[in-house]
Design a protein around this ligand. Structure first.
Ligand code: UD1
Length: 356
């Protein structure tokens, strides 16, 4: 086939593997249908997440194509990490000469991919564009704003993201396609690995710097979780685990700490849980996909549609608000609307990419 479109996909952190799995599969499907122009994808892993349970297991379980390269950047300060990624990604881009660079979400790997490409005049496509918390102290907010402003194609999960971009003067190349995590949840749901427990439980994750870097705040949150009416399965991120151990933060008896889970295990827990407690962006959406209410342990959220739908309560680290949210969350959601599309975001993205 003549002149394939060569896509260079940058991933590095756990949520990006999940999102990239959807688009990679859509690319393969597109190519199978004998299109006028083949799409050739090279996945480059920055190595931001490197533990087996944070990286490899997702590639295996979700059947993500093997990365063409892994930069092995690992952890470090934001500057050191992003700089090492920039150097590595620029080298790979110069060697592989892609026509387009595809980045996901808001991590340091997203920013590094977008910046390296923009400086080499390679068009950038950003999946999950237009998300804003309006809190510039979050590293993710800096990553989002900068990435959107150097992107040529901006794929939004919902109308509100498109409107936010318009407010910043970005109107060209913006497409509302739905959310690729919705596609993933729908595609992998049948393979979900359900937990063995039979009694009601809440599903919890916490890893944001704003919660984990403030030991007093993390202690306050964990102590407030002690008021949960049902056991809390706390799926701990390595970042949080380190802080809890180092500072010997007390974990109440009702909170059961378990190691990070694979995607299919997480889906099984989402199916079975009573409600969700999290500071993650992705899990707020996933709770909704599975008809569960979400208590968000942050001071603001980007997923404001969920708050408007009374599916999400943003409670900060305030023990009284957390306690009040427990009462609210037990009921579950009746009839969640398809705010984030109906599972076709990946196909829409690929169709738009193929037309560039
Ligand atoms: C990153 C993203 C965040 C995303 C999250 C998903 C940034 C700024 N943040 O946060 O937006 O929601 O990923 O998980 O990019 N660590 C390990 N093993 C690993 C990976 C990390 O032990 O496989 C440890 C690191 O050593 C470090 C800590 O976790 O101490 C933080 O890792 P980092 O990638 O900087 O940020 P996350 O908290 O994972």
């Amino acid at each position: 086939m003549n002149n394939p479109l060569h896509i260079f996909t940058v991933v590095g952190a756990r949520p990006q593997f999940i999102k990239a799995a959807v688009v990679s599969r859509a690319i393969e499907q597109y190519n199978r249908d004998a299109p006028p122009r083949i799409l050739k994808e090279d996945i480059i892993h920055t190595g931001q997440h490197y533990d087996h349970g944070m990286s490899r297991v997702f590639f295996d379980e979700m059947e993500i194509p093997e990365p063409a390269a892994n930069l092995g950047v690992g952890s470090g300060s934001h500057g050191a990490m992003t700089a090492a990624m920039l150097v590595g990604l620029e080298k790979e881009m110069l060697a592989r000469r892609p026509n387009l660079v595809l980045v996901y979400g808001d991590t340091n790997s997203t920013l590094a991919g977008a910046l390296a490409a923009a400086k080499l005049h390679v068009p950038v496509a950003h999946v999950e564009a237009g998300m804003r918390s309006f809190n510039r102290r979050m590293p993710e907010e800096i990553n989002r704003v900068l990435t959107d402003h150097v992107s040529d194609l901006l794929f939004c999960s919902s109308d509100s993201s498109r409107d936010l971009l318009a407010g910043e003067g970005i109107t060209e190349g913006v497409h509302v396609v739905g959310d690729v995590m919705m596609d993933a949840a729908m595609y992998y749901r049948d393979r979900a690995i359900r937990p063995k427990r039979t009694s009601a439980f809440a599903l919890c994750t916490l890893h944001r710097a704003e919660n984990t870097d403030d030991v007093e705040r993390l202690g306050r949150i964990l102590s407030a979780l002690g008021g949960s009416p049902v056991p809390v399965v706390f799926v701990i991120h390595p970042r949080t685990d380190k802080v809890v151990r180092r500072h010997r933060i007390e974990v109440p008896g009702v909170v059961e700490v378990v190691a990070s889970m694979s995607y299919l295990e997480m889906l099984g827990h989402l199916e079975e849980c009573l409600f969700v407690i999290t500071d993650s962006g992705g899990l707020q959406k996933e709770a909704y996909f599975f008809g569960k209410k979400c208590i968000t342990i942050r001071n603001e959220t980007e997923w404001t549609e969920l708050v408007d739908a009374d599916a999400n309560r943003v409670v900060g680290a305030d023990p009284d608000r957390i306690a009040a949210a427990f009462e609210w969350a037990g009921g579950g959601l009746s009839d969640p609307k398809p705010i984030y599309g109906t599972g076709e975001a990946g196909d829409k993205i690929v169709r738009i990419l193929s037309a560039t």
